[in-house]
Write a protein that binds this ligand. Structure first.
Ligand code: NDP
Length: 245
């Protein structure tokens, strides 16, 4: 099935690679005009080029209020509207409590929580006026179950769930929906950095007995972005092969 998003305008953060790039690709395949935002401007531009027409790449640090305002403005300039905003940008700085520095904690909380909050606020401001829109926040199963070595990341990803629900309640009556997705173990550059034995041990705990593909997260995003999910807001979809259910 394609064409669920014809005429819609979308922004995806952290879209230079990994899950964000596949989200942008599937939104684009379904007919949306997509702005791909990434910390690395060149990577954002080449990712957009790889999708073909009606895709634009821009540099954006999601922790910057100014960058976020410029990002929303770029979609409004390109399409005159903003229908879909995906807060996907993310980082890890894993360490045990004993070894994690305050900077590791603050940096991870900054990108995920401050970044998602800035994205939700900027997108909701425009969508509220249009009385329509879908905001999708990428959390993680580690925000539900907690992962050792990820006290910073698990806290940030759990925080995204609270932020999603609070924002969903605030803007529902303006026609704006806010939902979250919790991916499990997905094959991307982020998880390629894991030790192979740690990756295999995690994979063995998945009921479906395999890691997920970025496109499998993108499928859930397209569902939440489209009218197929028109009566859903404040929800959290798990895309984890059954892990952590
Ligand atoms: P990747 O590291 O492959 O991609 C993340 C992208 O986000 C990179 O292109 C990175 O840019 C960009 N980014 C990082 N910081 C910023 C910032 N401040 N502003 C803008 N862009 C930024 O990660 P994944 O694709 O694996 O992860 C995507 C999302 O999915 C993240 O939120 C992650 O936490 C979440 N997730 C991933 C899982 C997995 O198993 N892979 C599981 C659960 C959730 P650059 O490289 O240039 O810094």
């Amino acid at each position: 099935m394609t064409g669920l998003l014809i005429g819609r305008s979308a922004i995806v953060t952290g879209a230079g690679q990994g899950i964000g790039l596949e989200i942008a690709r599937l939104l684009h395949q379904h007919g949306a005009r997509v702005v791909l935002a990434d910390l690395d401007k060149d990577r954002a531009e080449s990712a957009a080029y790889s999708l073909g027409g009606a895709a634009v790449g821009v540099g954006c640090d999601v922790t910057s209020e100014t960058d976020m305002a410029a990002l929303v403005e770029s979609a409004m300039l390109a399409s005159g509207r903003l229908d879909i905003f995906v807060n996907n940008a993310g980082i890890t700085r894993d360490a045990s409590l004993r070894n994690m520095t305050l900077e590791d904690f603050d940096t991870v909380i900054g990108v995920h929580l401050r970044g998602t909050w800035l994205g939700v606020r900027a997108a909701a401001n425009v969508m509220r006026e249009a009385r329509s829109g879908s905001i999708i926040n990428i959390s993680s199963m580690s925000g539900k179950t907690g992962n050792p070595g990820q006290t910073n990341y698990s806290a940030a990803k759990a925080g995204i769930v609270g932020l999603t629900k609070a924002a969903a309640k605030e803007v529902a009556h303006h026609g704006v929906r806010v939902n979250a997705i919790q991916p499990g173990l997905i094959k991307t550059p982020m998880t390629a950095a894991m030790k192979p034995e740690a990756f295999a041990a995690t994979e063995a705990t998945i009921p479906m007995r395999r890691a997920g593909e970025p496109a499998e997260v993108a499928g859930a995003v397209v569902f939440l972005a489209s009218d197929l999910s028109s009566y859903m807001t404040g929800t959290v979809l798990e895309v984890s092969g059954g892990r952590g259910m």
